[in-house]
Design a protein. Structure first.
Length: 259
């Protein structure tokens, strides 16, 4: 019994540390997003944000507020339950500058399946190809490039992306959009698959972006993907196009010299 209590207490402490760390990261992520919006507003009052993996709308609603009435938010979310909550939040807050796109974003168009429960907790919400999985359901899948052309969406000034391991495929499927619009990209790169993680970083670098952690430190991609994982490069980061990265870096991290 004593051993069980000790294990429970240890688990509780670890869980609370994790929750505190997660909350702190989310607030830092949001703080930098707001700074980026304020910086971009100096050049244009009409900004467009893409929220990929909008969930129940935490970031969608806050981005909407800071963009103002002249701005526009496209909220991409495939989960039915999240979409219902997101719609309710938008109605409750009388928001008029958000459009919900009920699709998953990847590097192909068609159908896919979202995991509702895990093989492991970290895989919940992951897009998979197999229809045989019991705890999944079918959703529509598309690419950013294809969707923008099909629906004539306004091009993004900012992209926030948190799509459970599908990041590099979304980047690949949005190549033309990213190269043409050069948005600031706030991205949570998941490390479910180390090769996918490495490819996400390489894709951003190939698009002439530099990747920074939330403290403003540049993240150089090591050749060894195991080293990448062990060094903790997976997670929330900010990708800045090289043509503006010094200027924007100064706005996001004014007390830190770019190195």
């Amino acid at each position: 019994m004593l051993e069980s209590r000790a294990v429970a207490k240890t688990f509780y402490r670890l869980k609370m540390r994790f929750l505190r760390r997660t909350a702190k990261l989310a607030l830092t992520f949001l703080h930098l997003l707001v700074k980026a919006i304020e910086r971009l507003k100096q050049g244009s009052s009409k900004l467009v944000a893409y929220d990929l993996g909008a969930g129940a709308g935490f970031f969608t609603l806050l981005i909407s507020r800071y963009l103002g009435r002249e701005g526009k938010v496209y909220a991409f979310e495939p989960f039915r339950e999240n979409i219902e909550i997101l719609r309710a939040h938008i109605a409750l807050n009388k928001i008029i500058n958000v459009e919900i796109i009920e699709m998953a974003i990847s590097d192909r168009a068609g159908k896919g399946n979202l995991l509702l429960s895990e093989p492991t907790l970290r895989e919940r919400g992951r897009l998979v190809a197999s229809r045989a999985l019991k705890d999944s359901y079918e959703v529509s899948v598309t690419t950013l490039d294809g969707l923008i052309e099909e629906k004539n969406l306004e091009p993004p000034s900012i992209i926030k992306m948190d799509i459970e391991g599908e990041e590099y495929r979304a980047l690949k499927g949005g190549k033309d959009t990213i190269l043409r619009s050069r948005p600031i990209i706030f991205i949570a790169i998941h490390d479910i698959n180390l090769m996918d993680l490495k490819t996400a970083y390489e894709t951003l670098r190939n698009y002439d972006y530099e990747v920074f952690d939330l403290k403003g430190n540049i993240q150089n991609l090591p050749n060894d993907i195991v080293s990448l994982h062990q060094r903790g490069l997976a997670g929330e980061c900010v990708a800045l196009p090289q043509m503006v990265n010094t200027e924007v870096h100064r706005a996001l991290w004014p007390n830190k010299a770019k190195s």
